[in-house]
Design a protein around this ligand. Structure first.
Ligand code: 4AD
Ligand code: MG
Length: 454
């Protein structure tokens, strides 16, 4: 039987029993009697070893087959005596489709990820980035199957918007006015200030309050000037929103969601996982397996602050009730205290956006963040404020004009229902799933402060 990896590489099998394979050359090695060429077409991690006898009529081409060139090989698949691979392709004939200049930058293995970012147009040809983007594709598919199997509708929320969902003022302006223009916003394309969306949530709520359970999955943009390994200016977010769900149901769905994705990861990306475990993060598989096998821990923000204060640990940022949990605090909780993902809920009202539901204590809201080892926050969500007066009071308290959000508060005027949702950062999830430590390496062309190349 032909192994699935090799099957991917074969362009076609001919009725006479021969096969054709095509791909890009990784290495070529010449010996006295024959030439060994390793080709890969990116469909799987493993390449195919081609053995081309030096007596073939195409032998004159061999010296031109340099790393990076694309070739097509016709021949027979035979059991490989080498033991390194099960099969090899014994060439009968081959052709060069496109030669590669000797300056091809991916000559040898072992480039740094920093260097590879500078050649983002070539890096998907490496084992590391090829594996990351195969995983990205399969996980994107699994995001859709998870929700579709559960009766959620996929809603495409707008990318250009006039409302700041998170109220954090981190939006990119969209305008057709000439640079330096002092014209009023009314003169602009949309007749008012417009921005790239930071979240599809508000529009998602509209659809949840009509269709029950929905999700969005699309690009979001944040102009926060934080040059960290976990922040991108353009990233993809998955945002389910469910009518009639309270915070508890929201947290349960989030846990199921992550576990579902990990199960599909183990089922469909075994080869890539082995690779990451070997070359990127030796704890990866054990950590993911542990995540699958154990229930996520749950603590309130107040309990989390107590745990941090009692930890005896010196943190760079002080721990104090009412202050944001910093990445170091989140990672302490997930990595050292609980040693597993943990959902922190009921955050101080002053730390969170206007739309979160106020708790009866008057000082916290029904917010939740899922923190995972190695990364910290991967999901942020909440139960939404369904009571009109409280919602409008929260807008005013945060300096927002309720008139601007009239359409949003209408959902509370006409048949309001408790509802909840969350946002899973797709790249943060991919970092967790692959062990890759920098968000720039799980997104095809990263946009970060100072960088929008390609
Ligand atoms: O916690 P955030 O800001 O929540 C929202 O946007 C809500 N509207 C979601 C909702 O309830 N529907 O962002 C959600 C997640 C974060 O937990 C993080 O994983 C990711 O989005 N995220 C980023 N990922 C990469 N780069 C950034 N700059 C990110 N900012 C947030
Ligand atoms: Mg958040």
């Amino acid at each position: 039987m032909i192994s699935p990896d090799i099957r991917n590489l074969l362009a076609r099998t001919s009725p006479e029993g021969g096969v054709t394979a095509q791909g890009w050359v990784r290495t070529r090695r010449d010996s006295k009697a024959c030439t060994f060429i390793e080709i890969n077409d990116g469909s799987c991690l493993r390449g195919l070893q081609v053995v081309a006898d030096n007596s073939l009529s195409c032998a004159g081409l061999y010296p031109k087959i340099l790393t990076g060139a694309s070739i097509r090989v016709m021949g027979d698949l035979v059991a490989s005596p080498g033991g390194k691979q099960a099969f090899e392709l014994l060439a009968k004939d081959l052709e060069i489709i496109g030669e590669a200049d000797p300056a091809y930058p991916l000559q040898k293995k072992g480039h740094t990820t920093e260097f590879l970012r500078e050649i983002a147009h070539l890096r998907p040809r490496t084992n590391l980035l090829g594996s990351v983007f195969r995983v990205r594709s399969r996980m994107a598919h699994a995001v859709n199957t998870f929700f579709q199997e559960r009766g959620f509708f996929y809603i495409h929320t707008p990318i250009i918007t006039s409302s700041d969902c998170e109220g954090a003022g981190e939006m990119f302006r969209v305008t057709t006015l000439p640079q330096g223009s002092t014209a009023k916003p009314e003169a602009d394309f949309f007749g008012k200030p417009a921005y790239l969306t930071v979240s599809g949530q508000l529009q998602g709520e509209v659809f949840a309050c009509a269709m029950g359970k929905i999700y969005t999955f699309g690009p979001t943009f944040r102009a926060e000037n934080s040059n960290t390994a976990r922040h991108a200016a353009e990233f993809w977010m998955i945002e389910p929103e469910m009518a009639f769900y309270d915070l508890e149901a929201d947290m349960t769905l989030a846990e199921e969601h992550i576990k579902y994705l990990l199960r599909v990861l183990f089922e469909t990306c075994g080869e890539e996982l082995e690779f990451f475990n070997k070359f990127v993060d030796k704890e990866l598989i054990a950590r993911l397996q542990h995540t699958l096998d154990s229930p996520f821990q749950r603590v309130t923000y107040t309990e989390a602050v107590d745990l941090l204060l009692k930890s005896g640990r010196k943190f760079e940022y002080p721990v104090e009730w009412g202050q944001n949990l910093q990445s170091e605090h989140e990672r302490f909780l997930a990595e050292e205290h609980f040693k597993s993902p943990v959902t922190v809920y009921n955050y101080p009202r002053s730390l969170k956006p206007f739309y979160m539901r106020q708790n009866d204590d008057g000082r916290t809201v029904a917010a939740m963040d899922v923190l995972v080892p190695g990364i910290g926050e991967i999901i942020g969500g909440s139960q939404r404020e369904e009571r009109l007066e409280l919602l409008e009071a929260a807008m005013i308290a945060q300096g927002l004009n309720p008139e601007t959000y009239r359409w949003y508060s209408d959902l509370r005027r006409y048949g309001t229902v408790p509802h909840s949702g969350y946002g899973l950062g797709f790249e943060r999830f991919l970092m967790f799933a692959t062990g890759v430590g920098n968000i720039r390496d799980v997104i095809p062309f990263a946009r970060t402060p100072g960088h929008a190349d390609f």
